[in-house]
Ligand binder design. Structure first.
Ligand code: ATP
Length: 421
């Protein structure tokens, strides 16, 4: 089964809005074994959209449109579909009643223009929208079916779920795509690929073939493994075996195969070993703490965090000796170690984590270029201190330093049990 996704909205053709709905739709369609072969973005232009929709008939099994179902003149999706297929638009009394009731509940008079949303191309089934006034539409006209969904994600997603369960899934031949995501930290993409490629090259030709895609972002590499389930094939078992092989090839740099983020994994390790953490950040400016606190329940292990940007802050708040900064510089392993120990001692926490570096674009030198970042984890007498050299601009250096800090902490936690001192 194949599909096109058409995102409708002139704002999606400007530099300010991105079509993210199609990502959600693709994921949902893939899960029922439907392959997306084309994605298009069309402005609020009924003629252009009509041309696209007419061109889909007979080319593809399903077209999913998102957006352009509102009440105003620039919401053109209904009219474009009716025009493309030569269908009249009928006023649907039930939809009209639902829209009126929605306005009445909110005590707001209904603009007459909203009745446009009650117009339905003849033969289409209405999908009631509990989160907005624009109903979705399902038009079952083989060989090509049309699913029209509203633009706002909170309206679109529940309607998509319902439409897939009620109408779309039965069109699929029963195969579904199963996906696993293996996340790797602390290795560059080229290194991950060099180690993983000989492993996944074999998977394409096995009984249950597995497709592999690599996605890299600063400090994080994801391997997406996809297999088809159906006709007696056990995709889940094949993927489990594949994930095991990757884990063996990549070692402890694999931190998740269940969609968990680095901060969730770190949080679970801290929680299960019942250790508390204090953090001192310089060049990351609080980003690392922000990530840690993205995890619900992080107050159980995160004691405190200090953003100490100036030398004086490091001296006053973290008790870093002035002479240490003078001798080694604020971006150095001895200062990172002293920051981590200073914040740990002040908090009375089990672990201290500190990051100090040069995010750029200024501040670099021949000895310590932009992207130099020292990170320290301390716990009692145990410590790990490491210097990294990250590439990229200020935002990328901050991102990589944050991920490296979290990853260093993760590896430290894996290597040690609860400190006894
Ligand atoms: P409503 O009448 O409820 O607004 P609609 O179908 O007319 O529904 P649009 O007016 O096209 O929706 O879009 C409303 C908003 O939804 C847009 O301003 C945008 O923020 C968001 N949106 C629309 N399409 C997309 C998309 N493809 N990806 C991400 N966001 C989108």
């Amino acid at each position: 089964m194949t599909a096109w996704i058409v995102a409708v909205g002139s704002e999606l053709l400007t530099p300010f809005h991105v079509d993210t709905n199609s990502l959600v739709i693709t994921e949902r369609l893939n899960a029922i074994g439907c392959r997306v072969t084309r994605k298009l973005v069309v402005g609020d232009d009924a003629v252009e959209l009509s041309r696209v929709l007419a061109g889909a008939v007979g080319e593809v099994d399903l077209v999913v449109c998102t957006g352009g179902l509102g009440p105003t003149a620039d919401d053109v999706t209904r009219d474009a579909l009716a025009g493309a297929l030569g269908l009249p638009l009928d006023a649907d009394e039930e939809v009209a009643r639902a829209i009126r009731a929605r306005f009445a509940r909110r005590g707001v008079p209904m603009p007459e223009i909203n009745m446009r949303q009650a117009l339905v191309p003849r033969g289409a089934i209405v999908l009631q929208n509990e989160h907005g006034t624009a109903p979705g539409l399902w038009l079952d006209r083989p060989p090509t079916r049309f699913l029209l969904l509203p633009g706002p994600a909170r309206e679109m997603t529940p309607l998509l779920e319902r439409a897939v369960a009620t109408h779309v899934a039965s069109l699929s031949d029963g195969t579904r795509l199963v996906r696993r995501v293996v996340k790797v930290a602390g290795r560059p993409e080229s290194d991950v690929d060099a180690r993983a490629q000989p492993v996944y090259a074999r998977w394409a030709s096995q009984d249950v073939p597995i497709e592999t895609t690599i996605l890299a972002s600063p400090g994080l590499v994801e391997l997406h493994l996809t297999a088809r389930e159906g006709q007696g094939q056990d995709a889940a078992a094949a993927l489990d075996a594949a994930v095991g092989e990757l884990r063996r090839a990549l070692g402890a740099s694999v931190f998740s195969d269940d969609r968990r983020s680095l901060e969730e994994v770190v949080g679970a390790l801290l929680g299960s070993t019942r250790q508390t953490l204090a953090v001192a950040e310089s060049c990351t400016g609080g980003l690392l703490t922000s990530r840690l606190t993205d995890v619900p329940g992080s107050s159980a292990y995160l004691n405190r965090s200090a953003v100490c940007y100036s030398n004086l802050a490091k001296i006053e708040w973290l008790s870093v000796p002035e002479a240490l900064i003078a001798e080694h510089g604020a971006v150095s392993e001895p200062v990172a170690r002293a920051m981590a120990e200073g914040v740990r001692a002040a908090a009375g926490a089990d672990l201290g984590l500190a990051v100090t570096g040069i995010a750029g674009p200024g501040g670099g030198s021949a000895e310590k270029p932009v992207g130099t970042v020292a990170i320290a984890v301390v716990a009692g007498r145990r410590e790990h201190v490491e210097t990294f050299h990250f590439a990229g601009g200020r935002a990328q250096v901050k991102e990589q330093a944050t991920r490296a800090g979290l990853n260093l902490l993760r590896q430290f936690l894996l290597d040690t049990v609860r400190p006894s001192d």
